[in-house]
Ligand binder design. Structure first.
Ligand code: ZN
Length: 295
């Protein structure tokens, strides 16, 4: 793996490569951007370069090999446990960070989904960000910057990641995945290869949504409700599914279908506001059916 093998975000590649070339490595970075656009991949590759003791990834480099097998003593990746990162996890990390590096010259810590840190955890981490050991680099990763305390953010150098362009995603799908990915998947992925791969993995779910949208104009409301079972069932990923519905509706360019996009948007908001879930879906289906089937 090298930066060249990661799709998109050339500005970030340049920035991080320059930092290494000039040996101007900071103690804390904040990687910000939509989910699934490669922030963690970038962080890991940056970590590999920082820890490397042979200038390149070869089998002779014990650092790169240790990292590859997830056994590097100077690398640590922190992730949420049961959806949050707790103060105990930060304390554990702080204890490890205070010990000098063993294999490499530096120690690198990656905090994935850093916005899931509890307030206590964030305040605890602050101490390390304020006075990091001279050999340490901490990379905080987030797709939800607003949840981090300002005091944390002000201690980090922000590195912004941009969504990957449709063209780059198409090229990636063609070259790396060598499978035919439906156009609407690419559009609904919103520049995120992570999202694209998830959609491809869960193709059946999206096919059910496709069928629902295709048949809605030919059938009665009761059948429509039956066909929409997938929407009632997939609560966890409803926001993605609704976004997908928007993309498919938009692609049809039919006025009556375009008109229902506002109902999809309204449903997204209602669900986020914790309205009764089934009622939100009922509402959406009814409105869509009215617009598409009866007009
Ligand atoms: Zn190496």
């Amino acid at each position: 793996m090298s930066f060249e093998n990661i799709v998109g975000n050339n500005q970030v590649k340049k920035f991080l490569t320059k930092a290494i070339e000039e040996e101007h490595i900071l103690h804390s970075y904040l990687f910000v951007g939509t989910e699934g656009i490669g922030k963690t991949l970038f962080a890991k590759e940056f970590a590999r370069k920082l820890l490397c003791i042979k200038q390149e990834e070869t089998e002779e480099c014990s650092s790169c090999m240790l990292l590859k097998s997830n056994n590097h003593p100077d690398f640590y990746q922190l992730e949420p446990e049961n959806k949050t990162i707790k103060i105990e996890q930060i304390r554990d990390m702080q204890q490890k960070i205070s010990e000098k590096p063993i294999t490499s010259k530096r120690k690198v810590y990656i905090i994935v989904d850093s916005d899931t840190m509890t307030k206590e955890a964030q305040n605890c981490l602050l101490k390390t960000l304020e006075e990091p050991p001279e050999y340490a680099t901490i990379i905080l990763i987030t797709s939800n910057e607003a949840k981090l305390l300002n005091t944390i953010k002000s201690r980090c150098v922000k590195v912004s990641f941009e969504p990957i362009s449709i063209e780059q995603i198409k090229q990636y799908a063609k070259e790396k995945l060598s499978i035919n990915i439906p156009e609407q998947f690419i559009k609904a992925s919103q520049g995120s290869i992570g999202k694209l791969l998830t959609m491809q993995e869960q193709k059946e779910i999206y096919e059910q949504v496709d069928n629902l949208l295709k048949n809605i104009e030919k059938q009665d409301l009761i059948t429509t409700f039956h066909q929409a079972e997938v929407l009632y069932k997939e609560k966890e990923k409803i926001q993605e599914l609704l976004e997908y519905i928007n993309v498919v509706l938009y692609q049809t360019k039919e006025l009556k279908k375009l008109r229902t996009i506002s109902y999809v948007e309204e449903t997204k908001k209602r669900i986020l506001a914790n309205s009764n879930y089934d009622m939100c879906i009922d509402f959406l289906l009814m409105k869509m059916w009215e617009e598409i089937a009866t007009k």
